[in-house]
Design a protein around this ligand. Structure first.
Ligand SMILES: [Zn+2]
Length: 307
């Protein structure tokens, strides 16, 4: 029964992934992500989904996320043009987000029955699970758009910040119901960087300020070549969500991944030093890793020194 719930959640997630594909593939810089054309709701958008090469309208089965790509074996049935790998990847990741994020939120906030696994979870549990699902999907959209266009739409950063405020309101309202050390994904390790007990609002505003200042400084020092204001706003909004000191770990993981990825690109001669690299994919990976792995990662780091 519980498994069936998660199969349904995964299916819902792939449908959201399919929607994210449409939005990110039709996105045009200078136009809102939420414009009618990007959402496929206007007449000019061409109505039903079709092959980008030959214009063949997709059949009902070919509209089903993941199944569509598998049935067509990655190629348009009519003109044999290869379909972008982005379709199945984003659909799968979105499905995985809808399963793993509610599970993680349940275990992190000590909701034994599991959010969505039963209808008996507390209301704030559903609220936090939905907020974090929305956060991960927004990070996913930012990942794809920055990779394609080297920019982050302001409205997505604003949406992240709004989700941050929603998460804080839920945390404040149900503070007594949430176990100690559950405001930071680093749990008690957070005390190392913030010895005094900070209020929820102070902690998350500090996270936003730290993210904004750190990336603002990097943009200033790099004179805007390596990073742009979009990255600053992303760090600010994500800092509001993650709080202090979690935002620092997210940035650190992003820089470590960036260094490793940069070495691979330079060694394989795909890029040379000084080439522009989109930073948001690295940052969103760092932020996601901080949520899911922050606590075990810091634990592992200290175990290296025998603690
Ligand atoms: Zn085609």
């Amino acid at each position: 029964m519980v498994t069936a719930f998660y199969v349904v959640l995964f299916a819902i997630g792939t449908a959201f992934g399919s929607f994210l594909n449409v939005v990110t593939l039709r996105y045009q810089p200078g136009r809102s992500v939420f414009s009618m054309k990007a959402l496929g709701l206007s007449a000019q958008a061409g109505g039903r989904s079709h092959c980008q090469h030959c214009g063949k309208t997709l059949t009902a089965v070919e509209l089903i996320p993941l199944v569509s790509y598998l049935l067509q074996r990655g190629r348009c049935r009519s003109c044999k043009a290869p379909l972008s790998l982005q379709y199945p990847i984003v659909e799968f990741v979105s499905g995985a987000v809808w399963v793993t994020v509610p599970l993680f939120v349940s275990s992190f906030y000590g909701i034994s029955s599991g959010v969505f696994a039963s209808l008996a979870a507390p209301l704030w549990g559903y609220g936090l699970a939905l907020v974090w699902v929305a956060v991960f999907l927004t990070w996913l959209a930012i990942f794809v758009i920055d990779l394609r266009h080297y920019l982050i739409p302001d409205e997505l950063n604003l949406f992240l910040a709004a989700l941050g405020v929603a998460a804080i309101l839920l945390l404040v309202a149900y503070h007594g119901a949430i176990p100690a050390f559950r405001d930071s994904f680093l749990r008690h390790y957070a005390l190392l960087a913030s010895p005094a007990a900070l209020g929820v609002w102070v902690n998350h505003l500090l996270g936003a300020a730290a993210g904004g200042l750190l990336f603002g400084l990097l943009v200033f020092l790099g004179r805007g070549r390596a990073m742009g204001m979009g990255d600053v706003k992303l760090a600010l909004a994500s800092g509001l969500l993650l709080g202090w000191p979690d935002i620092l770990l997210a940035a650190m993981i992003a820089f470590i991944l960036g260094g490793a990825w940069g070495l691979v690109l330079v060694c394989t001669k795909k890029k040379s030093f000084g080439d522009r690299v989109p930073f948001a994919p690295l940052f969103t990976l760092g932020a996601a890793a901080t949520v899911f792995l922050g606590y075990p990662l810091i634990g592992f780091y200290f175990s290296l020194f025998g603690f």
